[in-house]
Ligand binder design. Structure first.
Ligand code: NAD
Ligand code: 6OD
Length: 505
């Protein structure tokens, strides 16, 4: 293992020159950029070209990261006054903003998502996550209760939040910087040190974040990045590691189950944001145009690769035919293009492997009896896009609720639309799922909106909107969609142990 001086990683310049071609990505451990000699390719789904060659962490480097993070927790980060820690996190946000174009180029190359989306959502949220949790940490209160005692003197209870120590963050590829910082920022704000493992599909922005941390003076060992995969690689090693005091994960439900097993022997707190098979419920009295626009976004945004995307759409029968026709028009108006093209509204899927999986579901739906309203395969562009992982946006109707394509998460630009006849039926069918992440309800009847929202089995219910995020609100899912809530104080409560102190007066 050799160390590369921080100033010589050169990623910023190379990213600005527009990836592919970012070069080699080191790990970041104890304030040093570490190479390992075992390299894997990070390719762009736009063309299959190599974006970067990534140094995979071996188990010794993961151990070294845990050791460095523990040392930094004890000697630097926990003792640091909260105001100073939070000021540093604001500098991290400043640093992301200062290198906005680098982050943007890297995220677009890694994911293939339209640059317009990454510019408006992913990169600004990367910075906003640090600002939110830095501000919150400085203002958040804790419980305080005065109690009576038999001797009449009373007692005072107050609680404090104590950081866990070393927090492991395992992140997915669909919103790489946004979802990584959603966890790194509150973990650091709470006084923990962090070891982050980005997805092997999208490792660049995590390494850029390490460069920012390094440049703004976050003490060595406070933030570490290890690159690698899941099983028998950095993901599993972090999950099992006795030196990791808490673990937060976003990704597939079955990966969450594997992590839970790996983490079981060390009984560490876990926060899981997992998969979904989200329902949209559209009543006949809804603002039709708003419901169509919102549902189209909720199905096709980021090529359907958002955990909150609607893959099941239930529409009240009187407007069913009109709704399907209008949604079809929205799907067919999407522009699959190079992500830097101004008119691009549909990028490729994340990888050839994922495209094979999504196309497998496209075939399965036909076998299960779907009527394919639009899409159902791959485009034949006759140009450079044919080398990318593009698929057609797809709408199915006519499937039974028992079909695998109605029950399993596809994670692509696809939905099944089904008619319903009553509120009770819509609720029952929306709830007939192993998952429970998010639901969108479209109606002008506010009493009904409240009533339905209360009966829906999901962690998040949007009414007449989708993916409208207030970062202080609880975020998470029920059933296979996760464990726990993050967001605002909910994050601060996960990233700390709450200790009650009872003082007899
Ligand atoms: P994934 O589960 O395949 O991978 C996520 C991360 O886990 C990666 O870093 C991967 O290397 C790591 N990993 C894989 N196997 C592991 C193992 N055995 N032990 C430890 N780490 C392991 O998920 P993905 O394909 O990157 O992301 C898509 C999935 O994530 C979808 O199911 C989507 O719904 C879900 N997701 C959920 C949310 C949410 O907030 N609920 C947000 C985004 C994505
Ligand atoms: O907006 C967020 O904070 C968040 N966690 C979004 C998750 C999107 C899933 O793909």
């Amino acid at each position: 293992m050799a160390a590369g001086p921080n100033s010589e990683t050169g990623m910023a310049t190379r990213a600005r020159e527009a990836a592919p071609g970012i070069g080699e990505l080191p790990n970041y451990v104890g304030g040093r950029f570490e190479v390992t000699g075992s390299l894997f390719d990070d390719v762009t789904p736009v063309s299959g070209a190599v974006v970067s060659r990534v140094h995979e962490a071996d188990s010794a480097l993961v151990d070294a990261a845990v050791h460095a993070a523990r040392g930094a927790f004890e000697s630097a980060w926990r003792p640091m006054p909260t105001a100073k820690r939070c000021a540093l996190l604001h500098k991290v946000a400043d640093g992301i903003e200062a290198r906005f174009d680098d982050f943007l180029a890297a995220e677009v190359a890694d994911t293939g998502k339209p640059a317009s989306i990454a510019r408006q959502i992913d990169i600004p949220r990367g910075a906003a996550n640090f600002r939110l949790f830095a501000n919150l940490m400085e203002t958040a209160g804790t419980d305080c209760f005065e109690m009576d005692t038999p001797d009449g003197r009373g007692a005072l209870n107050y609680s404090v939040r104590e950081p866990h120590g070393v927090v492991g963050v395992i992140a997915p590829w669909n919103l790489p910087l946004l979802l990584l910082t959603w966890k790194v920022a509150p973990a650091l704000a709470s006084g923990n040190t962090v070891i982050a493992k980005p997805s092997e599909e999208t490792p660049v922005t995590a390494t850029l974040l390490a460069e920012v941390m390094d440049a703004v003076g976050v003490p060595p060992g406070v933030f570490n990045v290890v690159h690698g995969f899941g099983p028998n690689s950095a993901g599993e090693w972090l999950s099992r590691h006795p030196g990791i005091d808490a673990l937060t994960f976003t990704g597939e439900s079955r990966t969450g189950a594997a992590i839970m097993k790996a983490a079981a022997d060390t009984v560490k707190p876990l926060s899981f944001e997992l998969g979904g098979k989200n329902a949209a419920v559209v009543f006949a009295d809804a603002d039709f145009d708003a419901a169509i626009e919102g549902t189209a976004r909720s199905v096709f945004a980021n090529c359907g690769q958002v955990c909150l995307c609607s893959e099941r759409v239930y529409v009240e029968r009187p407007i069913f035919e009109r709704f399907v026709a209008a949604l079809k028009a929205q799907a067919e108006a999407l522009v699959p293009a190079d992500p830097w093209a101004n008119d691009c509204t549909l990028g490729p899927l994340i990888s050839a492997e994922h495209r094979t999986k999504v196309l497998g579901y496209y075939d399965l739906a036909k076998n299960e009896g779907a009527e394919v309203v639009t899409g159902g395969g791959v485009q034949d562009f006759g140009d450079a896009r044919d080398a990318g992982c593009y698929v057609q946006p797809t709408i199915w109707t006519g499937l039974p609720d028992s079909a695998r394509t109605v029950r399993e998460e596809v994670f692509g630009p696809v939905c099944h639309v089904a008619p319903f006849d009553s509120e009770d039926e819509a609720i029952a069918r929306a709830n007939d799922s192993d998952y429970g992440l998010a639901t969108a309800i479209w109606t002008r009847d506010l009493s009904r909106a409240h009533r339905v929202a209360r009966r829906i089995e999901a962690g998040i219910c949007w009414v007449n909107c989708w993916f409208l995020r207030d970062l202080r609100t609880p975020f998470g899912g029920v059933k296979l969609s996760g464990i726990g809530r993050e967001g605002g104080l909910h994050s601060l409560n996960f990233y700390a142990e709450q200790k009650n102190i009872c003082v007899k007066l």
